[in-house]
Write a new protein. Structure first.
Length: 213
Protein backbone atom coordinates (compact mmCIF):
# COMPACT_ATOMS: atom_id res chain seq x y z
CA UNK A 1 0.00 0.00 0.00
CA UNK A 2 1.29 3.46 -0.92
CA UNK A 3 0.93 6.77 0.85
CA UNK A 4 -0.82 8.43 -2.10
CA UNK A 5 -4.49 9.34 -1.85
CA UNK A 6 -6.19 9.01 -5.25
CA UNK A 7 -7.89 12.30 -6.10
CA UNK A 8 -8.79 14.44 -9.12
CA UNK A 9 -7.68 18.07 -8.73
CA UNK A 10 -9.47 21.05 -10.25
CA UNK A 11 -6.68 23.34 -11.52
CA UNK A 12 -8.84 25.51 -13.77
CA UNK A 13 -7.85 29.13 -13.35
CA UNK A 14 -5.24 28.31 -10.70
CA UNK A 15 -1.57 29.18 -10.82
CA UNK A 16 0.64 26.16 -11.46
CA UNK A 17 4.41 26.73 -11.54
CA UNK A 18 6.73 24.49 -13.55
CA UNK A 19 10.44 24.69 -12.73
CA UNK A 20 12.37 23.41 -15.73
CA UNK A 21 12.12 23.55 -19.50
CA UNK A 22 12.96 20.08 -20.80
CA UNK A 23 10.97 17.13 -22.12
CA UNK A 24 9.26 16.25 -18.82
CA UNK A 25 8.36 19.89 -18.21
CA UNK A 26 6.87 20.05 -21.70
CA UNK A 27 4.56 17.10 -21.00
CA UNK A 28 3.47 18.52 -17.64
CA UNK A 29 2.84 21.97 -19.13
CA UNK A 30 0.57 20.55 -21.81
CA UNK A 31 -1.41 18.48 -19.32
CA UNK A 32 -1.92 21.53 -17.11
CA UNK A 33 -2.97 23.73 -20.02
CA UNK A 34 -5.48 21.13 -21.19
CA UNK A 35 -7.05 21.37 -17.72
CA UNK A 36 -7.35 25.14 -17.84
CA UNK A 37 -4.51 25.95 -15.43
CA UNK A 38 -2.65 29.26 -15.41
CA UNK A 39 0.92 28.10 -16.08
CA UNK A 40 4.15 29.85 -15.19
CA UNK A 41 7.42 28.29 -16.34
CA UNK A 42 10.75 29.22 -14.76
CA UNK A 43 13.92 27.94 -16.43
CA UNK A 44 17.09 29.46 -17.88
CA UNK A 45 16.74 27.30 -21.02
CA UNK A 46 13.56 25.82 -22.49
CA UNK A 47 12.53 23.71 -25.47
CA UNK A 48 11.58 25.70 -28.54
CA UNK A 49 7.96 24.57 -28.29
CA UNK A 50 7.76 25.86 -24.70
CA UNK A 51 9.11 29.19 -25.92
CA UNK A 52 6.47 29.14 -28.65
CA UNK A 53 3.74 28.74 -26.04
CA UNK A 54 5.08 31.81 -24.27
CA UNK A 55 5.18 33.75 -27.55
CA UNK A 56 1.49 32.96 -28.07
CA UNK A 57 0.66 34.05 -24.53
CA UNK A 58 -0.43 30.56 -23.48
CA UNK A 59 2.04 30.51 -20.56
CA UNK A 60 4.08 32.97 -18.55
CA UNK A 61 7.79 32.24 -19.09
CA UNK A 62 10.55 33.61 -16.92
CA UNK A 63 13.91 32.71 -18.56
CA UNK A 64 16.02 32.39 -15.45
CA UNK A 65 16.90 29.97 -12.70
CA UNK A 66 14.65 29.22 -9.75
CA UNK A 67 14.69 31.69 -6.86
CA UNK A 68 13.20 31.43 -3.39
CA UNK A 69 9.74 32.98 -3.47
CA UNK A 70 8.85 31.69 -6.92
CA UNK A 71 6.03 29.59 -5.48
CA UNK A 72 4.21 32.51 -3.88
CA UNK A 73 0.50 32.25 -4.76
CA UNK A 74 1.01 28.90 -6.53
CA UNK A 75 -1.61 26.19 -6.15
CA UNK A 76 0.74 23.41 -7.22
CA UNK A 77 4.22 23.04 -8.63
CA UNK A 78 6.24 20.71 -10.82
CA UNK A 79 9.95 20.50 -9.98
CA UNK A 80 11.49 19.33 -13.26
CA UNK A 81 14.89 21.04 -13.21
CA UNK A 82 17.95 19.11 -14.38
CA UNK A 83 19.71 19.94 -11.10
CA UNK A 84 18.65 17.79 -8.09
CA UNK A 85 19.68 20.59 -5.73
CA UNK A 86 17.28 22.97 -7.43
CA UNK A 87 14.47 20.43 -7.18
CA UNK A 88 15.28 19.95 -3.49
CA UNK A 89 15.07 23.71 -2.91
CA UNK A 90 11.74 23.86 -4.74
CA UNK A 91 10.44 20.99 -2.64
CA UNK A 92 11.51 22.80 0.54
CA UNK A 93 9.73 26.02 -0.43
CA UNK A 94 6.64 24.07 -1.43
CA UNK A 95 6.58 22.47 1.99
CA UNK A 96 6.89 25.81 3.75
CA UNK A 97 4.19 27.42 1.61
CA UNK A 98 1.99 24.31 1.60
CA UNK A 99 2.02 24.14 -2.17
CA UNK A 100 1.45 20.71 -3.71
CA UNK A 101 4.64 19.64 -5.46
CA UNK A 102 5.56 16.89 -7.90
CA UNK A 103 9.30 16.26 -7.97
CA UNK A 104 10.21 14.51 -11.21
CA UNK A 105 11.72 11.04 -10.66
CA UNK A 106 11.29 11.35 -6.88
CA UNK A 107 7.94 9.84 -5.80
CA UNK A 108 8.89 9.88 -2.12
CA UNK A 109 9.67 13.58 -2.32
CA UNK A 110 6.40 14.40 -4.08
CA UNK A 111 2.99 15.36 -2.73
CA UNK A 112 1.25 14.04 -5.82
CA UNK A 113 1.88 11.95 -8.91
CA UNK A 114 0.34 12.42 -12.35
CA UNK A 115 -0.99 9.03 -13.45
CA UNK A 116 -1.26 7.73 -16.97
CA UNK A 117 -4.82 8.49 -18.05
CA UNK A 118 -7.24 8.71 -20.94
CA UNK A 119 -10.60 10.36 -21.48
CA UNK A 120 -13.68 9.59 -23.49
CA UNK A 121 -15.97 12.54 -22.91
CA UNK A 122 -16.66 12.79 -19.17
CA UNK A 123 -15.16 9.35 -18.58
CA UNK A 124 -11.64 9.62 -17.19
CA UNK A 125 -9.61 6.53 -16.26
CA UNK A 126 -6.25 6.96 -14.58
CA UNK A 127 -3.62 4.37 -13.69
CA UNK A 128 -0.57 4.82 -11.52
CA UNK A 129 2.19 2.71 -10.02
CA UNK A 130 3.26 5.24 -7.35
CA UNK A 131 6.25 6.06 -9.53
CA UNK A 132 7.66 2.52 -9.57
CA UNK A 133 7.02 1.97 -13.29
CA UNK A 134 5.31 4.63 -15.42
CA UNK A 135 5.83 2.36 -18.44
CA UNK A 136 3.61 -0.31 -16.88
CA UNK A 137 0.91 2.28 -16.21
CA UNK A 138 1.09 3.58 -19.79
CA UNK A 139 0.86 0.09 -21.28
CA UNK A 140 -2.10 -0.84 -19.09
CA UNK A 141 -3.79 2.42 -20.03
CA UNK A 142 -3.41 1.66 -23.73
CA UNK A 143 -4.75 -1.88 -23.22
CA UNK A 144 -7.80 -0.70 -21.29
CA UNK A 145 -8.47 2.15 -23.69
CA UNK A 146 -8.42 -0.20 -26.67
CA UNK A 147 -10.61 -2.75 -24.87
CA UNK A 148 -13.24 -0.19 -23.85
CA UNK A 149 -13.63 1.30 -27.32
CA UNK A 150 -14.90 4.80 -28.00
CA UNK A 151 -18.64 4.63 -27.26
CA UNK A 152 -18.65 5.63 -23.60
CA UNK A 153 -18.91 9.37 -24.27
CA UNK A 154 -22.23 8.80 -26.04
CA UNK A 155 -23.34 6.31 -23.40
CA UNK A 156 -22.74 8.80 -20.63
CA UNK A 157 -24.73 11.40 -22.55
CA UNK A 158 -27.60 8.89 -22.65
CA UNK A 159 -27.27 8.33 -18.91
CA UNK A 160 -27.24 12.08 -18.23
CA UNK A 161 -30.49 12.52 -20.17
CA UNK A 162 -32.04 9.51 -18.46
CA UNK A 163 -31.15 10.88 -15.02
CA UNK A 164 -33.82 13.57 -15.47
CA UNK A 165 -36.50 10.91 -15.89
CA UNK A 166 -35.21 8.93 -12.95
CA UNK A 167 -35.27 12.03 -10.73
CA UNK A 168 -38.83 12.77 -11.82
CA UNK A 169 -40.13 9.23 -11.38
CA UNK A 170 -38.21 8.09 -8.28
CA UNK A 171 -38.50 10.68 -5.53
CA UNK A 172 -36.49 9.00 -2.79
CA UNK A 173 -32.73 9.68 -3.30
CA UNK A 174 -31.81 6.35 -1.70
CA UNK A 175 -34.11 4.54 -4.06
CA UNK A 176 -32.55 6.36 -7.02
CA UNK A 177 -29.14 5.11 -5.91
CA UNK A 178 -30.55 1.58 -5.68
CA UNK A 179 -32.05 1.90 -9.15
CA UNK A 180 -28.73 2.90 -10.73
CA UNK A 181 -26.93 0.08 -8.95
CA UNK A 182 -29.39 -2.38 -10.46
CA UNK A 183 -29.58 -0.74 -13.90
CA UNK A 184 -25.86 -0.33 -14.61
CA UNK A 185 -24.45 -3.84 -14.76
CA UNK A 186 -21.57 -5.55 -16.49
CA UNK A 187 -24.05 -6.76 -19.09
CA UNK A 188 -25.38 -3.28 -19.90
CA UNK A 189 -21.89 -1.81 -20.12
CA UNK A 190 -20.82 -4.66 -22.37
CA UNK A 191 -23.41 -3.37 -24.84
CA UNK A 192 -21.67 0.00 -24.78
CA UNK A 193 -18.30 -1.62 -25.33
CA UNK A 194 -19.76 -3.46 -28.33
CA UNK A 195 -21.09 -0.17 -29.72
CA UNK A 196 -24.76 -1.11 -29.16
CA UNK A 197 -25.93 2.22 -27.78
CA UNK A 198 -29.54 1.60 -28.75
CA UNK A 199 -29.47 -1.64 -26.79
CA UNK A 200 -27.89 0.16 -23.85
CA UNK A 201 -30.67 2.77 -23.82
CA UNK A 202 -33.31 0.04 -24.10
CA UNK A 203 -31.78 -1.72 -21.10
CA UNK A 204 -32.17 1.47 -19.03
CA UNK A 205 -35.81 1.77 -20.08
CA UNK A 206 -36.45 -1.86 -19.16
CA UNK A 207 -34.68 -1.46 -15.81
CA UNK A 208 -36.83 1.56 -14.92
CA UNK A 209 -40.06 -0.26 -15.77
CA UNK A 210 -38.96 -3.27 -13.74
CA UNK A 211 -37.94 -1.10 -10.77
CA UNK A 212 -41.33 0.64 -10.65
CA UNK A 213 -43.35 -2.58 -10.51
Amino acid sequence: MTGFFPVLLNVRGRLCVVIGGGDVAWRKINTLLERGAVVKVIAPMVRSDIAALADRGAIDLEPRGYQAGDLASAFLCVAAADDPEVNAAVRHEAGVRRVLVNVVDDPEGSDYQVPSFFENGPLLIALGTSGSSPAVARTLRRMIQEWLGDSFEEALAIVERFRERVRAEIEDPKERVRFWEEAITAETLERVRAGDLAGFEESLEAALLEFQR
